[in-house]
Design a protein around this ligand. Structure first.
Ligand code: HEC
Length: 119
């Protein structure tokens, strides 16, 4: 067999491995967030992904989100990370609760109507 044929086959296999790894990484950590353009989603991404992967909003109930965000304020303080401002906390919580496990579809439009943070 010609040498270059072998190399070409190896290279094809390498490409397959890279594609498989990329797909695995996508599946593992970037389940797309609902309503990604909303202020709440953006603050959630910026402020909550520094220490761990983002939890899917639909993975907790509204009450649990309220509790977890409260808890994270303490975790952030302890880690010398600026805790959420009053406005950030409001927007993140409104967003998470609108997409929580027990969210009613009626609460979703209210969340996208939340005021957008001014620069
Ligand atoms: C300073 C780092 C840090 C930041 C920033 C941070 N977290 Fe966490 N988070 C942690 C650590 C550490 C844990 C695991 C230990 C714990 O649960 O106390 C955790 C755990 C969690 C859990 C899982 C708790 C459980 O019981 O499984 C949730 C949900 C969570 N964080 C949500 C958030 C949200 C929402 C934000 C943004 C408001 C946020 N985190 C920002 C450090 C952080």
């Amino acid at each position: 067999m010609c040498r270059c044929e072998k190399i070409a086959r190896l290279r094809r296999r390498a490409v397959l491995v890279v594609v498989a790894l990329a797909l695995a990484a996508l599946g593992a950590c970037s389940t797309p967030l609902p309503d990604p353009q909303s202020a709440g989603a953006q603050i959630y991404q910026v402020r909550c992904s520094g220490c761990h992967a983002l939890y899917a909003p639909a993975s907790l109930t509204a009450a649990m989100w309220e509790m977890q965000v409260e808890r994270m304020q303490t975790v952030m303080l302890r880690a010398a990370v600026n805790p959420l401002t009053e406005q950030e906390r409001f927007l993140v919580l409104t967003y998470l609760k609108a997409h929580a496990t027990d969210a009613t579809s009626a609460s979703a439009p209210a969340a996208s109507a939340a005021p957008v943070a001014s620069p």
